[in-house]
Design a protein around this ligand. Structure first.
Ligand SMILES: Cc1cc2nc3c(=O)[nH]c(=O)nc-3n(C[C@H](O)[C@H](O)[C@H](O)COP(=O)(O)O)c2cc1C
Length: 178
């Protein structure tokens, strides 16, 4: 069957890497959560992660000023909360209280870990050189946590417009890959 034109506005729906994450920030004792799916690995070690965070989001200014955050990875059982955090502003509500998520102190940064997430990466702003032009924050992971009991996490991968793919079958190849 011949392929059809795909509107450029839909390109992101096929390429969005995922998994969807919850980015936490904190300023003056007020912690916030933002849902994010536009991120990419940029370096193995120390891990660098490029994140697009809209300057319309409450989290944007906080991250720019405090220069630290936590990337928390949720699983599909948290889907409703993940979407709720992505459809509300921390300028108006306390999302931890409103959506029943548990903040736990991080080791190195003021932003909290989300206890319900199976992995949490404490991050510092590594390069703000692209923030004004592309809202691109390059973050360095300075401390990473993972629940050893979670073996095959059912992470969520955004396909746009409220559609998500849930990570499923895994394969292991013999060839060496990092
Ligand atoms: C599945 C999903 C993915 C999202 N990904 C991003 C993203 O990558 N970057 C971004 O700036 N906003 C993204 N958003 C939108 C923000 O989460 C949303 O604007 C949120 O209300 C911002 O919260 P804040 O104003 O408290 O910072 C996403 C929302 C959803 C539901």
């Amino acid at each position: 069957m011949p392929k059809r034109n795909l509107p450029l506005s839909k390109v992101y729906q096929l390429l969005e890497p995922g998994p969807v994450v919850l980015l936490t920030t904190s300023r003056a004792g007020h912690a916030n959560i933002m849902t994010m799916s536009w991120h990419t690995m940029m370096e193995f070690e120390p891990p660098l992660i490029g994140c697009i965070i809209s300057n319309r989001n409450y989290s944007f200014d906080i991250l720019k000023k405090t220069r630290e955050c936590v990337i928390n990875i949720p699983t599909a059982d948290m889907a409703e909360k993940v979407v709720a955090c992505g459809n509300s502003s921390g300028s108006k509500i306390n999302k931890f209280e409103k959506f029943g998520l548990t903040p736990k102190p991080a080791r190195y940064v003021s932003a909290p870990l989300i206890d319900e997430c199976f992995a949490n990466f404490e991050c510092c702003l590594f390069d703000a050189g692209w923030v004004n032009r592309y809202c691109l924050f390059v973050l360095e992971v300075t401390q990473a946590w993972k629940d050893p009991n979670v073996k095959n996490p059912q992470t969520m991968h955004h396909e746009g417009k409220g559609n998500f793919m849930i990570a499923g079958e895994r394969i292991k190849l013999k060839s060496k890959m990092k």
